[in-house]
Design a binder for this molecule. Structure first.
Ligand SMILES: NC(=O)C1=CN([C@@H]2O[C@H](COP(=O)(O)OP(=O)(O)OC[C@H]3O[C@@H](n4cnc5c(N)ncnc54)[C@H](OP(=O)(O)O)[C@@H]3O)[C@@H](O)[C@H]2O)C=CC1
Ligand SMILES: O=C([O-])CC(=O)C(=O)O
Length: 269
C-alpha cells in the first residue's frame, strides 16, 4: 500500500465469531452448512440447520442463539422469516429473493433493525452494473436471459430444440418461476428495479449446465456478461452450484467487515 496502511487495518473487524443459523437443508443450505462445519469460512460458526419439520421452539431457540440467519428454503419460508428475523435485530441472507416480487416496495417485508442481505447467487457482475446505474437509469436497459434444462423449469414436454418459455419483467418472471428466477430479482434490485429488467427464460433440451446472459446498455457503457454454471446434482438440475458459494462469500465478507468482492490484504503475522 502506498500510504503505508493496509486496507484491513483501517476497517473494523468483528471481534467475535458470527453465529449463523441456516434455514433449509437442500442444495444450497446443505452446502453452506457443510462448509461452515468444516471451518471453510474463518470467523463464522454454525448454530443450527432448520428444516420445514423444525418446531416453533427449535426455531426460536436457534434464532436466539444466532447473530445471522441464512434463508435457503422457499419463497413461502422467506415471506415469514424476513419480518421475524429482522424484528429480532438480526440480519438475514436471503436466497429466495423472489419473495420481493410480491411487494410493491421491498422494504415493507423488512421489519428492522435487522437487514436483508441478498447474495449475488447464480450471477455476477453486480459491481459494474450497480456502478453504471449510479449514472442514472432512465436511458439504461438490462436483459437477463436464463437457459436451463426443461425439467428444471417445470417444462415436461419433450422438446427437440431450445424454446423461449417466458419473456417479461423480473417481477413477472419471479411470480411465474418462483424456484428459478430469484437471481433475476436480486439483479433487478441492484440495478433498474423489478419492473424495468427484462427477463427471458429458455428451455433447452441439450443443456447440461445453466447459462445466464446479462446485456446492459446505457450512456456509461455496454456490457455483456455470460455465466455458464455447473448445477448442483442434488437440485434436479435447477440450482447453480455457485449460489451456495456466493452465500459463503457474503458470510466471509461480514466476518471481515467489508463487502463481498473486496480483496483484503491482511497484515503479516
Ligand atoms: N438467489 C439465487 O441466485 C438462487 C436462489 N435459489 C433459491 O434458493 C432457495 C433454496 O434453493 P435450493 O437449496 O436449491 O432448494 P432445495 O429445494 O434443494 O432446498 C430447499 C430446502 O428447504 C426446505 N424447506 C422448505 N420449507 C422450509 C421451511 N419453512 N423452513 C425450513 N426449511 C424449509 C426443504 O426441505 P424440507 O421441506 O424437507 O424441510 C428443502 O430441503 C430456493 O428458493 C431457490 O429457488 C436457487 C438458486 C439460485
Ligand atoms: O441457480 C440458478 O441458476 C438460478 C436460479 O435457480 C434462480 O435464480 O432462482
Amino acid at each position: 500500500m502506498t500510504n503505508g496502511l493496509s486496507l484491513s487495518s483501517v476497517l473494523p473487524t468483528p471481534a467475535k465469531d458470527v453465529a449463523v443459523c441456516v434455514v433449509g437443508a437442500g442444495a444450497i443450505g446443505h452446502a453452506v452448512a457443510d462448509a461452515i462445519r468444516h471451518d471453510e469460512v474463518p470467523g463464522v460458526h454454525l448454530t443450527a440447520v432448520l428444516c420445514s419439520r423444525s418446531t416453533v421452539a427449535e426455531t426460536e431457540h436457534a434464532l436466539e442463539a444466532s447473530d445471522l440467519v441464512v434463508e435457503a428454503a422457499t419463497v413461502a419460508a422467506a415471506r415469514e422469516l424476513i419480518p421475524h428475523v429482522t424484528r429480532l435485530g438480526k440480519d438475514v441472507v436471503v436466497c429466495s429473493a423472489g419473495v420481493f416480487a410480491e411487494c410493491a416496495d421491498p422494504e415493507v417485508l423488512v421489519d428492522g433493525p435487522g437487514r436483508v442481505l441478498l447474495p449475488t447467487g447464480a450471477l455476477g457482475g453486480f459491481d459494474i452494473l450497480a456502478a453504471a446505474a449510479r449514472a442514472g437509469t432512465a436511458d439504461a436497459r438490462l436483459r437477463h436471459t436464463t437457459i436451463k434444462r426443461p425439467t428444471a423449469l417445470g417444462v415436461e414436454e419433450a422438446l427437440t430444440a431450445p424454446r423461449e418459455v417466458f419473456r417479461g419483467s423480473a417481477r413477472e418472471a419471479a411470480l411465474r418461476f418462483p424456484k428459478t428466477s430469484n437471481s433475476s430479482v436480486t439483479l433487478a434490485l441492484a440495478t433498474l428495479g423489478l419492473d424495468r429488467v427484462e427477463v427471458v427464460v429458455v428451455a433447452d433440451p441439450a443443456a447440461t449446465e445453466t447459462r445466464h446472459v446479462l446485456e446492459w446498455t446505457s450512456p456509461v457503457g455496454r456490457y455483456e456478461l455470460s455465466f455458464t454454471n455447473a448445477v448442483d446434482p442434488s437440485s434436479g438440475g435447477r440450482t447453480s452450484a455457485v449460489t451456495a458459494l456466493s452465500v459463503l462469500e457474503v458470510l466471509a465478507a461480514l466476518a471481515r467487515g467489508v463487502g463481498p468482492g473486496v480483496v483484503v490484504v491482511e497484515p503479516a503475522g
